[in-house]
Ligand binder design. Structure first.
Ligand SMILES: Nc1ncnc2c1ncn2[C@@H]1O[C@H](COP(=O)(O)OP(=O)(O)O)[C@@H](O)[C@H]1O
Ligand SMILES: [Mg+2]
Length: 286
């Protein structure tokens, strides 16, 4: 990806004298000093250890070599996948329902991800759905925009990892029409990327996301006719998906172990065979 050079000392952005414009559980969000329509997101230094792993993560989760940057990897990967899908129209702006990414930059809080700033007409950060709900400003137009957003995500097959109403913002200035943009929580989280592989499984996940978002907003989704027989039995369906996920994950692990065992075994065995063959040859020597 392009490294946006801010022409700052040593190409490193010093954010120590800048107050974050927003904060999440994991990241500090700063305004880009030279590009007013961009933001820089860094991982909060207080949750990262000296080796670059998150202190809040278990040892198992910390096995990923990207460490605290795995969230960036996940988002960049999903963004690139969506851009690749629109490769044919590569000269056109992709207009995705997820925030646009512009590369990474060095800061004195580690690597920063440069993203599009979703703002209101007055240049402030666009409100999240959580803020709209909390302040009692949630209106029908916000809900219509949310429905369009979900439809767009279904049609593009966007994979989400951690989506809730704090990670979706509402704006009317991005494209000149009311819309929702996901600013965090996209990309595949599973070890085996089944949602990326299976459109159907991803659609079922999007169904659950839609239900969760509506529940968090305290609104009821218009019930549509179930698309499949499975939709009538949500519990067995969820159970089946869960077991499929788990068996895929464990199945691939067993397969990898089996392959490793087989290749090591063959390698050792071949040495043994050579030894045996030499002994036999020596015995039959006149
Ligand atoms: N691109 C963006 N445009 C507008 N606001 C944003 C953007 N990115 C983040 N924010 C604001 O910053 C907050 C924290 O950012 P987020 O990326 O969600 O951090 P975390 O990964 O720690 O949850 C968000 O809830 C939102 O209010
Ligand atoms: Mg967030």
């Amino acid at each position: 990806m392009i490294n946006v050079s801010p022409k700052l000392r040593d190409d490193c952005l010093d954010v120590s004298r800048q107050e974050p414009i927003a904060r999440g559980n994991m990241r500090n969000v700063y305004e880009h000093p030279e590009l007013p329509d961009k933001l820089v997101k860094t991982i909060r230094p207080e949750i990262v250890n000296r080796l670059g792993f998150r202190t809040t993560d278990s040892q198992l989760k910390n096995m990923r070599p990207e460490g605290c940057y795995k969230i960036f990897v996940r988002e960049i990967t999903e963004y690139l996948i969506q851009c690749r899908k629109q490769y044919a129209s590569r000269y056109k702006h992709p207009g995705l329902p997820i925030v646009h990414l512009f590369g990474v930059i060095h800061t004195n809080e580690g690597i920063g991800l440069v993203t599009e700033k979703i703002s209101t007409g007055q240049g402030e950060l666009a409100p999240t759905y959580h803020e709209l709900k909390r302040s009692g400003k949630l209106r029908p137009e916000h809900l219509y925009a949310l429905e369009d957003f979900l439809d767009h995500c279904y049609s593009l097959g966007i994979v989400f990892s951690d989506i809730h109403i704090k990670n979706i913002v509402y704006t009317e200035t991005r494209t000149g029409r009311p819309e929702c943009v996901c600013i965090d929580g996209f990309g595949e989280k599973s070890f085996v990327p089944i949602h990326r592989w299976s459109k159907r499984l991803n659609e079922r996940k999007l169904d659950r996301i839609a239900i969760r978002l509506h529940r968090q907003l305290g609104v009821y989704q218009v019930q549509t006719a179930p698309k499949t027989a499975w939709a009538i039995f949500p519990r067995p369906r969820a159970l089946l998906e869960y077991s499929l996920k788990k068996s895929l994950a464990y199945g691939s692990l067993i397969l990898i172990c089996g392959l490793m065992y087989f290749s090591v075994g063959t390698w050792l065995g071949s040495d043994q065979d050579d030894l045996n063959a030499t002994e036999v040859l020596e015995q039959v020597k006149p």
